[in-house]
Unconditional design. Structure first.
Length: 536
């Protein structure tokens, strides 16, 4: 098995947890394997690093280096200039390489000079803490900027000169520290990259383990006198005979075991070994002359050389998983899915939020678990893509947690079933501990209401007669209301062009004419009688 080597600077961050894929249960529960580290990897040849703004006095300085882009948190390493007469570029990316990859044409390409420079790096700030460097150089109260200046001048004394120059010292402390470094480098036979290498690795057990026994061995390898070991979750480390070991003084080739003699549940644990220091010190960073370019011997910005801080560590980790002891209680979960708004199992057609209360039993207190859920269609078992997850660490073997799902519009008329899978670990991708995936379970099912029916306009003509329009509510001569059509009848004047109404000429005027006719007849008859009387 391989082991992931990692180096951390002043700080390390944990990756964000995320719900993951469902994993097969049985084999992963029994398997023992190495898990890659979450810490930032060391700057290896070919890697790209970010170069921050120079810190220190104006003429000298130290560059902060981040292994990831964009940079976050404290720098992972630092770097000094190794080309005095070449302009530096900052807030750019550079490429890590070995001493053989140096693009400059000064004395650093000479192995003897490179050995002196590496000695200076290993015995200066920040490879040593400021306090340790001050004590070693005879300047207990040296300032950070003076320590940087002394180191930078000592490096240039070898890379760009072959003699001791009269530098523009900012202080006597800086000069004193400079001579400490130069005298020490001159007296030494030089330092090689192999001398600065820091290794630490660990391999997991080759065979599965069982609760109630010693699980191991984890085999440690390192080129350092000792490394420290830690276990997550906290578990006692012992040797093959069950005798406790000192986790702060683990040596090369030592075999470690997890003491599970008091446990009966299945589980896993990660053993991490850490050594002080990093192999990145002494590696050269080549910088392009322009952003987006490739640095070459003919065209490049100032080359710089890495030095890791005194707080840096090189780490490796391995994880072992074990099965439950024979006859041990098996973890199990049960679920109850309801509408978060009213607690029933019916959602409106527009969607809403549902909460699945998941009860668990026979878990291992203090172990971190992640519950990953997904809603599926009850009609055919297809996934909806609606997911939820929660990470928790139980204090007791039994209890409950809640997983929330947000159901969008578009699921009207569907019955949705919550499938839950319980993983060990914080990322939802650890071994499966338990699951509940019963598509017929009414307790983990909600129903989304149908959409309300919407009337559809008909293309067929209406069979109902259109109501007549009465132009006037005045009675007709017979006392019957007029039922004249809404459009003018033949011989009846229609609307004027301006839409004004013409005088009525219907029933009312006819009655007047009839009255006048009767009157005329009466008058005519009276006149005839009078004429007959006169004629007599």
């Amino acid at each position: 098995m391989s082991t992931q080597h990692t180096t951390t600077g002043g700080s390390a961050t944990r990756p964000a947890a995320r719900p993951g894929r469902r994993l097969a249960t049985a084999l992963l529960t029994l398997a023992a394997l190495v898990v890659p580290s979450a810490a930032a990897t060391a700057a290896e040849p070919g890697d790209t690093v970010h170069i921050g703004s120079k810190q220190g006095y104006g003429g000298t300085g130290l560059f902060p280096i981040w292994y990831e882009t964009p940079p976050t948190g404290d720098p992972d390493a630092w770097a000094y200039c190794v080309e005095h007469d070449v302009s530096a570029r900052t807030n750019v990316e550079g490429t890590v390489g070995g001493l053989d990859d140096f693009l400059g044409d000064n004395h650093l390409s000479d192995p003897a000079v490179a050995g002196k420079v590496l000695w200076v790096l290993a015995h200066s700030y920040p490879a040593l803490s400021l306090a340790d460097f001050g004590e070693a150089s005879g300047v207990p109260d040296i300032s950070r900027n003076d320590a940087i200046e002394a180191t930078q001048y000592a490096i240039w004394r070898y890379t760009d000169l072959t003699w001791d120059a009269s530098w523009s010292w900012e202080s006597e402390d800086s000069e004193t520290a400079y001579w400490y470094l130069v005298d020490g480098a001159n007296a030494s036979s030089g330092t090689t990259p192999e001398d600065l290498a820091v290794t630490a690795s660990i391999t997991a057990p080759a065979t599965p383990g069982t609760a109630g026994t010693l699980v191991g061995p984890f085999v440690v390898s390192t080129n350092q006198p000792t490394v420290t070991a830690s276990v997550d979750p906290a578990t006692a480390l012992v040797d093959a005979s069950g005798t406790p070991v000192d986790p702060a003084a683990v040596v090369d080739g030592q075999e470690l075991y997890l003491d599970l003699r008091g446990s009966s549940a299945a589980g896993s644990a990660t053993v991490t070994v850490s050594a002080v220091g990093s192999s990145a010190t002494g590696r050269v960073v080549s910088v392009p002359a322009a952003s987006g370019g490739t640095p070459t011997a003919e065209s490049h910005a100032q080359s710089i050389i890495l030095v890791v801080p005194s707080t840096a560590t090189t780490s490796a980790r391995a994880t072992a998983r074990w099965s439950a002891a024979p006859g041990a209680p098996v973890p199990a979960i049960g679920t109850s899915l309801v509408d978060a708004a009213d607690g029933d199992r019916v959602l409106p057609a527009s969607g809403g939020t549902v909460v699945d209360t998941v009860s668990y039993e026979n878990l291992t207190p203090g172990t971190e678990y992640t519950l990953v859920g997904e809603l599926v269609r009850r009609s055919d078992g297809t996934p909806t893509g609606i997911t939820g997850a929660v990470t928790f660490t139980p204090g007791e073997p039994s209890g409950s947690v809640e997983v929330t799902f947000v159901v969008p519009a578009g699921h009207a008329g569907e019955s949705l079933v919550a499938f839950e899978t319980l993983h060990e670990g914080a990322d939802g991708e650890g071994p499966v501990v338990a699951e509940h995936r019963d598509i017929e379970d009414a307790a983990q099912t909600v129903t989304v209401e149908e959409d309300a029916a919407t009337p559809t306009p008909s293309d067929e003509p209406s069979e109902e007669p259109s109501p007549s329009v009465t132009p006037s509510d005045r009675p007709t001569p017979g006392g019957t209301p007029s039922t004249a059509p809404s459009t003018p009848a033949s011989g009846t004047p229609g609307p004027t062009p301006t839409g004004s109404r013409l005088p009525d000429t219907g029933a009312e005027s006819s009655a007047i004419v009839a009255g006048l006719a009767v009157l005329a007849l009466a008058l005519g008859g009276g006149a005839a009688v009078a004429r007959r009387r006169l004629a007599r």
